[in-house]
Design a protein around this ligand. Structure first.
Ligand code: FE2
Ligand code: FE2
Length: 309
């Protein structure tokens, strides 16, 4: 396939990807929203640290890719993806204010993440290379990240253990609404990368993106969990250990590293496509019942009625 080849053949879903402008109220969410389990809570809370900067960076990079897209369907999907990721970013950022109200100041970590995304992976190439090649490399990194976000979305949609434990319903709705949209738009970043390709070959660049992304993501996750445990004033003598991660994964309270690492070889298959990684129907089914998504639909309908009146 050439860079200009239409992707419509591999974009299975015909449902337009569009943002749902959700809102959450964190006032009644306890600090350890997985009851009695600070390490599992903070392992998942790392998402609130990583995603505001990470997803803002996706949108920043995609603004540069948008004018290069020659396929109308893909352009619309990318616009919808950007809208969804923007809402994800600010929705998770709002949780950071709630953590600060509970005495957990995350700025020491999030400032470093801002540097990581907007300086280290910013618009100036890490090593000398043409700006277009640097853009394509960053597109391959985003495609690799989206392989993991689709898996995380699938995990949280399938998980029953957190409900059995009585995890905070507002937090579960945030995670499942976001997870469902990750599943819904799981093919967009990959299709975009395939569409624009790379002059050094599309496949090697794809592999390069994953080789960078997998250790970076898993490392940032561990560092984030450790940071949150150290800065949680309600557990002053408790430190995060890798054993916490193993225990929480075994109990199905957090996604396991084995599941995530085990998914990497699939990404390396030349025939890989994200469509086979999760069920869009399952995502749509959740979004049809999500309190936040339903409320967003109601507000959007009210706005439309007002405009047409
Ligand atoms: Fe997202
Ligand atoms: Fe995403």
């Amino acid at each position: 396939m050439t860079a200009e080849t239409s992707v419509s053949a591999i974009s299975v879903s015909d449902t337009p990807i569009r943002p749902r402008r959700v809102a959450f109220d964190w006032e009644n969410t306890p600090v350890h929203w997985i009851p009695g389990d600070a390490p599992s809570t903070h392992l998942i809370n790392v998402l609130h640290l990583l995603l505001p900067a990470g997803e803002k960076w996706f949108v920043h990079v995609y603004k540069q890719a948008l004018p290069l897209i020659t396929d109308d369907k893909l352009r619309e999907d990318v616009r919808g993806f950007m809208g969804q990721e923007s809402v994800h970013s600010y929705s998770h950022a709002a949780v950071l204010d709630h953590l600060r109200d509970q005495g957990i100041d995350t700025r020491g970590y999030t400032k470093r993440l801002d540097w990581f995304f907007f300086d280290f992976l910013g618009d100036k190439p890490l090593i000398p290379m043409p700006a277009l090649e640097w853009l394509k490399l960053r597109l391959s990194i985003i495609a690799a990240v989206e392989h993991f976000t689709a898996l995380l979305g699938k995990w949280v949609l399938d998980n029953e253990e957190l409900d059995i434990l009585g995890a905070d319903p507002m937090m579960m709705d945030l995670l499942r609404w976001h997870g469902a949209e990750e599943v819904e738009h799981r093919s967009v970043a990959f299709d975009l990368y395939q569409h624009l390709g790379g002059t050094w070959g599309r496949y090697p660049r794809r592999v390069e993106g994953m080789v960078f992304t997998a250790p970076a993501l898993l490392g940032l996750w561990q560092i984030g969990a450790s940071y949150l445990m150290r800065h949680d004033p309600s557990i002053p003598d408790r430190r995060y250990t890798f054993r916490d991660m193993r225990r929480a994964a075994r109990q199905d309270r957090v996604p396991s590293y084995l599941m995530l690492i085990g998914a990497i070889p699939r990404y390396f298959k030349p025939s890989y496509h994200p469509e086979g990684e999760a069920s869009t129907q399952k995502a749509i089914d959740y979004l049809a019942t999500s309190p936040a998504a339903l409320e967003a639909e109601r507000r959007a309908a009210a706005r439309r009625d007002k405009l047409s009146a």
